[in-house]
Ligand binder design. Structure first.
Ligand SMILES: Cc1cc2nc3c(=O)[nH]c(=O)nc-3n(C[C@H](O)[C@H](O)[C@H](O)COP(=O)(O)OP(=O)(O)OC[C@H]3O[C@@H](n4cnc5c(N)ncnc54)[C@H](O)[C@@H]3O)c2cc1C
Length: 422
């Protein structure tokens, strides 16, 4: 892609970068890494590159001055978490010498190695890391689009929509219906669907006990199904109707005004609708050419270098690297691999064989949690599950084990937020 880069904009950006935050050696060597996306993957990569090679100039492009974390956001929707506790800033990264630029990347010129932002700022790079997260397929269910999210939020990117969904649930009458529409994969954090259903059910149980939840899931089974079903039978008997596409058909249309969900077989009137669209990599991944026809970005799993674009790496949810789950835990683990590969390319430092960890904790209630964690390794150029490291809570776990699961979920969340932004 050829862009009309202007000298004024390039120079303008250099002037805008906090020169005092850059160590003297960085200005001397001049190797520049630009990272797009100030969420889990991007922020963790920025920190790790700076830690490994302080002389590299690292610029992080973040959409806003703060970032709202998805892990833990279901507790906000369930009424026992606070959005403030989910919100982080970039002060620690700036103190470490990372230039944090607030803006939105809208184009990449891979031949001249420059990223352009929507305000026409231009960022030159030697290496570019894309960690922009997800975008949505809006054209598959009639009646809903990006323009209807105020009425029908997805809340699959945390922030304003998380709060809005919570407010809709608070305003709902006792005896009302909450409809959640879930897509086929690949999707960001599959167990978060069961967790959201659980934590809304927890709220209803405590505040609106006559209410019902109807889930329309386009899949034929769902993540951690046995553990969630056991918890629901125990904690919320009769409250949740979970319709799987195989037997119940799929959702064809949603009427946001009259709050009607239409499936292959019937219409269901709801009081609150949470429609989660099918997902793909975020827009910049498509605009840059890093994504292929699947909507996701193919990469070399040893380095997370893009298979399509030179000097570009793609990490986090935007990358297509099964069986790694699309999770914050993996994004941060993969950030490490990517940072090492970038530093190796720029400085010649040696790297070891990568390993990745996906620690996954879900809540069925504030004091009822479970774990499904595992490590992954590289095997013949592909990512493979390391069976020996699998830890999964079993059906029939004791009350103590469930409490421990909930405690571990909280510890994991505060630990990873601290590692990335603290
Ligand atoms: C309800 C819910 C619960 C979850 N719970 C867990 C959990 O318990 N454990 C877990 O491991 N994972 C969990 N996840 C998944 C986790 O949030 C994601 O996997 C993780 O955020 C992916 O990191 P990322 O860096 O790819 O994307 P993100 O963290 O989303 O960061 C991407 C950032 O880039 C920004 N961006 C996009 N385009 C541009 C652009 N053009 N220019 C500048 N910035 C841009 C985005 O706005 C965003 O701020 C959950 C997800 C949901 C929805």
């Amino acid at each position: 892609m050829t862009l009309a880069w202007t000298r004024r904009r390039v120079l303008g950006l250099i002037a805008a970068a906090p020169a005092a935050a850059l160590p003297r050696t960085a200005r001397a060597t001049g190797a520049r890494v630009v990272i797009v996306g100030g969420g889990f993957g991007g922020s963790a990569t920025a920190r790790e590159i700076k830690r490994l090679a302080p002389e590299i100039q690292v610029t992080l492009v973040a959409l806003d001055r703060t970032f709202v974390c998805c892990p833990g956001s279901n507790a906000v929707i369930g009424g026992f978490g606070r959005i403030e506790d989910q919100t982080v800033g970039y002060d620690a990264l700036v103190r470490e010498g990372i230039a944090v630029v607030t803006g939105k990347a809208d184009a990449v010129d891979t031949s001249s190695r420059k990223v352009r932002l929507t305000d026409r700022t231009v960022l030159p790079y030697e290496k570019l890391v894309l960690s922009p997260g997800i975008g949505f397929h809006w054209d598959e269910v009639e009646g809903v689009s990006a323009a209807t999210v105020r009425k029908v939020p997805h809340a699959w990117q945390a922030g304003e929509q998380t709060v809005q969904l919570r407010r809709q649930l608070e305003a709902m009458r006792d005896g009302g219906v909450f409809a959640l529409v879930a897509p086929v994969g690949p999707l960001r954090c599959p167990p978060a669907v069961g967790e959201r259903v659980s934590l809304v059910a927890h709220y209803f149980k405590t505040a609106k006990p006559r209410s019902k939840i109807v889930v329309f899931d386009a899949k034929s089974k769902f993540a951690l199904q046995d553990l969630f079903e056991e918890a629901w039978a125990d904690l919320y008997p009769g409250m949740i109707e979970y319709r799987l596409a195989e037997s119940e058909g799929i959702v064809r249309a949603i009427d946001p005004e009259n709050r009607i969900v239409s499936t292959d077989f019937d219409d269901v009137t709801a009081d609150v609708i949470n429609f989660i669209p099918r997902q793909r990599a975020a827009d910049i991944a498509l605009a840059s050419g890093a994504a292929d026809e699947t909507g996701w970005c193919p990469v070399d799993p040893a380095t997370f270098a893009s298979s399509r674009l030179p000097h570009v790496h793609v990490i986090g949810d935007a990358a297509f690297v099964p069986p790694l789950p699309k999770a914050a835990a993996t994004a941060v683990s993969v950030a490490d691999t990517c940072a090492k590969a970038v530093v190796r390319d720029l400085t010649g430092a040696a790297t070891a064989d990568p390993r990745w960890h996906a620690g996954c904790f879900s809540l069925a209630a504030p004091r009822h949690g479970f774990e499904a964690s595992t490590d992954f390794r590289l095997s013949d150029g592909r990512i493979a599950v390391d069976e020996a490291t699998m830890r999964r809570t079993l059906v029939g776990a004791s009350v103590d084990a469930r409490q421990t699961g909930a405690d571990k979920a909280e510890q994991w969340l505060r630990g990873i937020m601290d590692k990335v932004w603290g």
